[in-house]
Design a binder for this molecule. Structure first.
Ligand code: DLL
Length: 433
């Protein structure tokens, strides 16, 4: 099985764009006519459905932000009647109220279709056994992967998060071939397996990881692949857009965004203007077919690049590169922007450094300080003290020159930093604002 939906996945770009334009026009017309929220926003920007004649006209439409969604709590933005809604999920709501997302049956089907295409493109099929180790429940990760895996005929092990020893037993005993988890949880699972005397690489059939829901660097990918002997596939999505939605194909060169269902733009977060092709910027999504919870020009806050050239796998849909940070989790240290993903990237180039780290930001007097606590690998920890000092100096110098800020590094014992079952929290900001 190469394509899940060949008719769509390798459709010529011109046909895809024509399809998008038709859908965009219909969507804008529908929202302007039937939703007071969208009509008010469009009127405030002086735009009517007639103004949308080409795909480029999308820039005339207003942006949506997280605060629009929060103000709409719980269901002011819904455009389907309660009897049409078949499911609710909710974003984690770490800052303020969560966003509730409703789904009609078509929304659920389109969501499963998007992820099913991604799973097949990553090399999964009906012979696979997929252990879903994302949380099931209001978080969209568990059920999002679950329905897609069933759609392609794979067997699902709905393990959710936690009870790691049992997860490892299941992987071995059920011949699990693929696991869907946050990269940080998979690393934790690998460590626990080693403590149980089980090598994921040699003692299990695991061959693919569907990893996302948090940032992870290409270096982290290399480590996971080499250590666990699997192919590590990136999967991206946000609860507002539906949940996990888009993943890499087996070429592993960016996450395919299905153009028949979504239109993606990349903007300069400061000006709101489109960036030049291939440049980094904030991702903006318009979901072309969502019924219950429409999304028009939603600024997701994630920073990435967009690649429109046809992929080596033959799929014609654009790809987004690695998420290199978030507009809002960027740490500003003495006026310099630092992304946790940069720190991870530079730490992972050092063979002595383990898989976990923590960034502690504080303030001494008027000055910001940044301490990076990095776990050593068990092999490196036994080294003599003067050798550890030399390693620490080398890492500190590398980070200082790469990030352009004064940082201190502390090397800590393997296993001493917190582990996470869901999304990792690696930044501790102690500054008082
Ligand atoms: O994390 C949905 C999801 C579940 C995606 C399972 C992938 C797998 P939220 O909780 O709303 O939804 O968080 C969305 O997580 O805006 C990104 O900042 C981050 N994120 C998600 N996937 C990736 C990824 C789910 N592959 C937020 N790389 C997004 C980097 C990611 N960041």
């Amino acid at each position: 099985m190469v394509y899940w939906n060949p008719r769509i996945e390798d459709m010529p770009v011109s046909e895809l764009k024509a399809m998008q334009l038709k859908q965009l026009k219909m969507l804008v017309y529908k929202l302007y006519t039937f939703s007071s929220f969208y009509r008010t926003k469009m009127k405030a920007k002086g735009v009517t459905p007639e103004d949308i004649q080409t795909l480029d006209d999308i820039v005339k439409l207003p942006f949506m932000t997280k605060s629009d969604l929060r103000d709409g709590y719980p269901d002011k933005l819904f455009t389907a009647s309660p009897k049409e809604i078949v499911r609710y999920h909710a974003s984690s709501g770490t800052t303020g109220k969560p966003t509730i997302v409703g789904y009609t049956q078509n929304d659920i089907d389109n969501w499963a279709e998007s992820v099913a295409r991604g799973l097949v493109s990553a090399g999964l099929g009906h012979n696979d056994v997929l252990q879903v180790a994302y949380t099931y429940g209001l978080f969209s990760g568990g059920l999002g992967l679950h329905y897609a895996a069933e759609r392609i005929g794979a067997a699902v092990v709905p393990a959710s998060t936690g009870n790691t020893e049992r997860q490892i037993d299941l992987i071995r005993d059920l011949g699990v071939t693929a696991i869907a988890a946050t990269p940080s949880y998979l690393l934790h699972l690998g460590e626990v397996a080693e403590k149980m005397g089980i090598s994921i690489k040699d003692d299990t059939k695991l061959r693919i990881g569907i990893l996302g829901a948090e940032p992870w660097s290409p270096r982290m990918r290399d480590r996971i692949e080499n250590w666990l002997g699997i192919r590590a596939i990136d999967i991206y999505g946000t609860s507002e857009l539906s949940g996990p939605l888009y993943s890499e194909c087996s070429e592993q060169c960016g996450v395919h965004v299905w153009s028949d269902m979504a239109l993606v733009e990349v903007i300069d977060p400061a000006t709101g203007e489109h960036v030049a092709p291939g440049e980094k910027g904030e991702l903006v999504f318009t979901m072309l077919q969502k019924e219950a919870f429409p999304i028009i020009r939603y600024r997701v806050g994630d920073i990435a690049t967009l690649h429109e050239e046809v992929c080596a796998c033959g799929r014609t849909h654009p790809r987004i590169g690695r998420i290199s940070g978030r507009v809002d989790d960027m740490i500003i240290i003495r006026g310099i922007n630092v992304f946790p993903s940069q720190v991870e990237f530079h730490l992972m180039t050092n063979p002595e450094v383990g898989n976990e780290f923590q960034i502690v930001v504080d303030r001494k007097g008027a000055l910001d300080t940044m301490l990076i606590r990095a776990e050593l690998r068990p092999e490196a920890f036994g080294d003599r003290v003067f050798e550890l000092d030399a390693i620490k100096d080398r890492i500190t110098q590398r980070l200082r020159s790469a990030l352009n800020v004064g940082v201190n590094v502390e090397l800590v014992e393997p296993g001493s930093l917190p582990r996470f079952e869901g999304k990792a929290k690696r930044v501790v900001d102690k500054r008082v604002y």
